[in-house]
Design a protein around this ligand. Structure first.
Ligand SMILES: [Zn+2]
Length: 427
């Protein structure tokens, strides 16, 4: 009898094993979003942190054996799937904005809160973050990453953007670099110096745009970020300013991202398509034309339903129900993210976001799971490594206390994830 391949860890008897295979090289769109490539009563074997074998549980004994100190997990009555990927967060910050949220509850809009008090919103978080030390920021961020991981996130994108001057933006990017070393999960770093105009540049915004541009070469050279993002919005940067910053960033070597069409329609989705950004995020005011242009260019649309939930923006939810349907029909690749930040979306749970995508956008469970795994991996340039269960890819796996994947978006308000495996290690 041939010698069996050896594994460090075998998970077997999963009621369903969602592989989501076949899309590491191309984005998942349209009807493909309805498929999860499921192995019923599935098993998966891991060796050296990577996926070594996938099949039916009954075929384990003829194909794979455990190394001497290997471990077997019985996933009977449980769901096994790729770790969740959160491709948009602002996780490094100091302070809290719960006082501002009281105003929100009292009926003020995000824009009204911003314009009433110039020390509110991003600026209040900027002040607290500027006053925090690097080690304080590392500590609080590590705790947040731990919480996100407990809820199933195994890869996360983190943006700078609460420093808003040279020294503090660099400080945040160094914190993210430190998090990469100290955290168990994969972290993707994005420079968002163009988050908003800081108070000291309020009447000299062109100088702030120049400052952001002048920071690009150092950040890229020192490997502090691979992605450059701009908040293209009435509360952030104009179309022309965004274009200027992102074109320079591309010349330096950055991959581009945009916050687009969030608080009003600006035509930023069209700009995203023109520039060929990897993802355009929010899109709560996107036009049909914008959808078609982004779809044609293969720009991932990252949807952030936690924001309109937290900010109680019911009209946007209605509008987006219709637009998301059009996005899928137009073959626009969709991903989901938390947008975790202290002001407009205070959750680290991708499970919560998946629920909201069902409630607000009427996305199907299959579409939602694809958007939170493989397409989210594409949105951070990591689809070769994570986002699906395929031989050779990283063994990033979550085991949930449900028997069928549909339950993932049915149940809500408590953590369904029981076991998180990152690079083959149970964490
Ligand atoms: Zn954001």
């Amino acid at each position: 009898m041939a010698k069996l391949a050896e594994a460090d860890l075998i998970i077997k008897n999963a009621s369903q094993l969602l592989t989501i295979r076949g899309f590491s090289k191309r984005l998942k769109t349209g009807k493909d979003m309805n498929n999860l490539n499921i192995v019923e009563n599935g098993a998966i074997a891991i060796k050296n942190g990577r996926i070594a074998w996938i099949g039916k549980s009954k075929n384990v004994k003829n194909n794979i054996s455990l190394r001497l100190k290997g471990q077997m997990i019985d996933a009977k009555n449980k769901l096994v799937m790729p770790g969740l990927i959160d491709p948009h967060t602002h996780l490094v910050f100091s302070g809290s904005r719960h006082e501002e949220y009281k105003m929100k509850i009292a009926g003020l809009s995000y824009t009204e809160i911003h314009s009433k008090n110039i020390n509110s919103g991003i600026i209040s978080t900027m002040k607290a973050t500027r006053n925090a030390s690097e080690s304080e920021l590392v500590c609080s961020a590590l705790e947040r990453i731990r919480l996100a991981t407990q809820h199933g996130t195994t890869t996360i994108e983190i943006k700078s953007g609460y420093g808003l001057n040279r020294s503090n933006e660099l400080k945040i990017l160094r914190v993210i670099k430190e998090l990469k070393k100290r955290s168990l999960i994969d972290i993707v770093s994005t420079f968002l110096g163009a988050h908003t105009i800081p108070p000291e540049y309020r009447n000299r915004r062109e100088l702030y745009v120049d400052l952001v541009i002048s920071m690009l070469p150092k950040i890229y050279k020192e490997d502090l970020a691979k992605y450059c993002d701009v908040f293209c919005d009435n509360l952030g940067f104009t179309i022309e300013e965004t274009r200027k910053i992102l074109e320079k960033a591309r010349n330096v070597g950055f991959v581009l991202k945009m916050h687009a069409e969030q608080t009003s329609y600006l035509g930023s989705a069209k700009l995203a398509a023109q520039l060929g950004v990897i993802s355009a995020d929010h899109l709560d005011h996107i036009s049909y034309e914008g959808i078609k242009k982004m779809a044609k260019r293969g720009v991932v649309g990252i949807l952030l339903p936690g924001v309109t939930f937290h900010l109680m923006e019911r009209q946007k939810q209605k509008f987006m129900e219709c637009q998301v349907k059009r996005m899928i029909e137009s073959e626009l690749p969709i991903a989901l993210a938390t947008d975790y930040n202290p002001g407009s979306c205070n959750t680290l749970s991708m499970q919560m976001i998946m629920k909201l995508a069902a409630v607000f956008y009427k996305m199907s469970p299959e579409q939602i799971i694809n958007a939170a795994t493989i397409n989210a991996a594409h949105a951070v340039g990591m689809a070769d490594e994570v986002g699906s269960l395929e031989i050779g890819k990283k063994a990033d796996i979550i085991i949930s206390d449900v028997q069928e994947y549909g339950e993932l978006v049915d149940k809500f308000g408590y953590n369904l994830v029981r076991t998180v495996i990152k690079n083959g290690q149970i964490i």
